[in-house]
Design a protein around this ligand. Structure first.
Ligand code: COA
Length: 671
């Protein structure tokens, strides 16, 4: 855009856990980086950590350039000399378009730095803070450019965590927010905008509620830590238990952040469990002991938590989080979409907090809050006015078709390995072995076939969406089923699997495949058998079978070349490499790529669009293309002409033509 200087040079101040990661990201995304901290030792250590991390990324094939090339963009700067900010720092700032501060969470320190940066950075430069607990507005007050001061809150580790919260201080301008969002995107991050500078922003406010609830359920609700964590993991589908997460990220970290939030007016119950651990210096993984014990300090080993322990009412954990989210929404701190996106990307929840609310029912959330308020004596569990209003208006969530979001009528059937959800006129088939990345077992193949047959006979279902629960579409055939089997058994497995892919290909209704995360091996083969593929930005696709000593066995060697051409197909099959969604899009392997939080809605809106089309013509279109592809053009054209002709015997053609002439929307019946 004219007049908007591009961000080329970034100074990152603070080279600790967050700062070094942010500097690494900035360098990977092509920026010249000055990384500043108070001593050479700290900087050396930071550069070592960056190098280690870059090498790891490189080994995983996730770095486009050489490690040295990226490293060469980072210049270390000793920021303090004789107790004053150094000339080197002044010079670095004077050359920078953007500063990101990640120094200790002390207001006077930050204000001093921002005042110094304000004097030395060019007038167009934006000064961002990675604070998680201090007010942006007060930091900005130390400068003469509060409109160019912004919060840019990364998550740990910045290189891997996909989210950045962009926070507006009282005076932050929209241009500054835009430029910060653009920079975060260039660093490969997704952003949410926090429109008001509230303590804890979105993610920490909601996380604090969940941790507080977990604590109360143990301290006052007679449950134990494992029962809470099993419920979080297995019932709510969180990536980790709640106490497990505290251990993982550091009990001390949460202790400080939550205390800082409380000091700024965030009402919270003072959790004894956390306090005891903190005082005993049992911080979690880093100390070798926290709520769980670890074999050696610093090495995370997932605590074994049995599924049977998931005995806590999940509403007791999610309801306070929903209440907090409702507060954020009602006070216009963030949009509904951004709040859901923030918990999905910042906390790895499989669903947004409002999506949980709609699923459990807003009335149930309100009841749970009232119950908890009374039983635990926690006043701030008073249900938010927004929730009470929704209940009054009958907006109870999925069950009434309207809650935070709108839904069609829903009917859900859970089988062993899949979920079939009818939201007429569309139906979802959800691969549901999330803890195994939806690996495809013989049972899943059988259930998918049965579900497809049943949905085919349901005339009210017009379009199928196939997707996966959890963080993957499917990581392929369940390799554990391949142990100690005979060639004939594998051949049978392959034939049945192929039969499923054929059933999908020649299904009489359109099948949309919504791919998030991994679509590998058999997962990709299933995806390729659908009609239209939408992928989320984080999807990774591939046929890795070669790495296990075999080849794709459910149509991969046939459908992949038809979609991307034989030489690209051979490269993918022979190297076994995974490709990111964008590359798959360029090859024509997926139709389009959307941000993860929009995947479900994109798939739904495309399905709704197709559901309004004439079903018989949709089927004919599908057959003309698919059978035509496998024959020569003469047969294909003949088939097209026949199908074209036959469609003229349908009621839908009369309806279509009449509606056109009457200038109204047609209502097709599939007759
Ligand atoms: N079959 C059976 N189980 C599978 C699986 C498969 N194809 N793919 C993943 N899983 C399981 C893992 O064993 C693990 O189970 P656990 O928690 O009980 O140990 C769980 O799913 C999570 O996978 P994990 O490997 O821990 O996740 P990750 O994010 O580190 O790695 C992948 C993800 C996809 C790179 C990795 O799981 C993988 O390479 N999977 C196999 C892919 C493949 O070769 N598919 C073709 C099979 S024919």
């Amino acid at each position: 855009m004219a007049g908007k200087p591009e961000v080329k040079t970034i100074t990152v101040v603070g080279a600790g856990t967050m700062g070094h990661g942010i500097a690494e990201l900035a360098a990977i995304s092509g920026h010249k980086v000055y990384l500043a901290d108070i001593s050479k030792e700290i900087l050396d250590r930071a550069l070592e950590r960056i190098k280690w991390s870059l090498e790891k990324l490189s080994q995983k094939g996730q770095l486009r350039e050489g490690v040295e090339t990226v490293l060469s963009r980072i210049t270390p700067v000793v920021s303090v000399k004789d107790g004053e900010y150094s000339e080197e720092l002044a010079k670095a700032l004077s050359e920078s378009d953007f500063m990101i501060e990640a120094i200790p969470e002390r207001l006077e320190l930050k204000q001093a730095l921002f005042s110094f940066a304000d004097k030395h950075a060019p007038s167009h430069a934006i000064l961002a803070t990675n604070t998680s607990s201090l007010p942006i507005t007060e930091i900005a007050a130390a400068t003469s450019r509060p409109e160019k001061v912004v919060g840019m809150h990364f998550f740990n580790p910045p290189v891997l965590m996909p989210l950045v919260e962009v926070i507006k201080g009282e005076k932050t301008s929209d241009e500054t927010v835009e430029a910060t969002v653009a920079l975060a995107k260039k660093m490969g991050k997704q952003t949410v905008i926090v429109k008001k500078d509230v303590p804890g922003f979105i993610v920490n406010r909601i996380l604090a509620r969940v941790m507080e609830a977990a604590c109360l359920v143990v301290e006052k609700g007679g449950k134990n830590i494992e029962e809470v964590d099993a419920t979080a993991r297995y019932t709510l589908g969180f990536p980790m238990g709640i106490f497990e997460l505290a251990d993982y990220s550091g009990i001390d970290v949460f202790y400080y952040v939550f205390n800082a939030m409380s000091e700024r007016g965030y009402k919270a119950y003072k959790c004894r469990l956390f306090e005891e651990k903190f005082n005993a210096k049992e911080f979690g993984v880093k100390s070798g002991k926290g709520f769980y014990s670890y074999p050696e300090p610093g090495r995370f080993v997932k605590p074994a938590i049995p599924r049977e322990k998931a005995t806590v009412d999940p509403l007791r954990i999610i309801a306070p989080a929903v209440n907090e989210a409702a507060w954020l929404l009602r006070n216009d701190v963030a949009t509904r979409e951004d709040i859901d996106k923030a918990v999905k990307l910042g906390l790895g929840w499989p669903k947004g907090v409002f999506e949980y609310a709609d699923e459990y029912g807003i009335d149930k959330i309100v009841e749970a809050l009232k119950r908890m308020k009374e039983e635990y004596g926690v006043d701030h569990y008073e249900p938010d006015p927004l929730l009470l209003k929704m209940v009054e208006e009958g907006k109870l969530g999925r069950k009434t078709g309207k809650g935070f979001y709108e839904y069609g009528e829903v009917e859900e059937k859970k089988m062993k390995t899949i979920i079939v959800r009818k939201e007429k006129p569309i139906a979802w088939i959800i691969l549901n072995r999330p803890d195994k990345l939806n690996a495809i077992s013989p049972t899943m193949i059988k259930e998918l076939g049965e579900a497809l047959d049943e949905l085919e006979d349901d005339n009210d279902v017009r379009v199928i969406i196939l997707t996966g629960a959890g963080r993957a579409f499917s990581a392929g055939a369940d390799v554990t089923a391949f142990a100690a089997v005979t060639p004939i058994e594998i051949a049978k497995f392959s034939r049945r699997f192929q039969e499923l892919t054929l059933k999908m290909q020649f299904y009489t209704k359109p099948i949309i495949v919504a791919i998030k995360g991994y679509a590998l091996g058999g997962g990709l083969e299933i995806a390729m058998s659908g009609d239209i593929r939408i992928a989320s930005e984080d999807a990774m696709l591939g046929q890795p079978e070669i790495n296990l000593g075999f080849i794709p066995g459910a149509g991969g060697t046939q459908r992949l070349p038809r979609l991307v051409g034989p030489s690209r197909a051979k490269e993918l099959i022979m190297t076994g490499d995974m490709i990111p969604a964008r590359e798959a899009e360029k090859m024509g392997l997926v139709n389009r790529v959307v941000p993860p939080e929009l995947l479900e809605r994109e798939a739904r809106s495309l399905a709704m669009k197709l559901a309004e089309k004439p079903p018989l013509a949709l089927m004919a279109a599908k057959y003309a293309v698919d059978y035509g592809m496998e024959s020569n053009i003469w047969s294909g054209l003949a088939l097209e002409a026949y199908l074209f002709g036959i469609l003229f015997s349908t009621e839908d053609v009369i309806e279509g033509v009449t509606a056109f002439l009457e200038k109204r929307r047609p209502k097709f019946k599939g007759r």
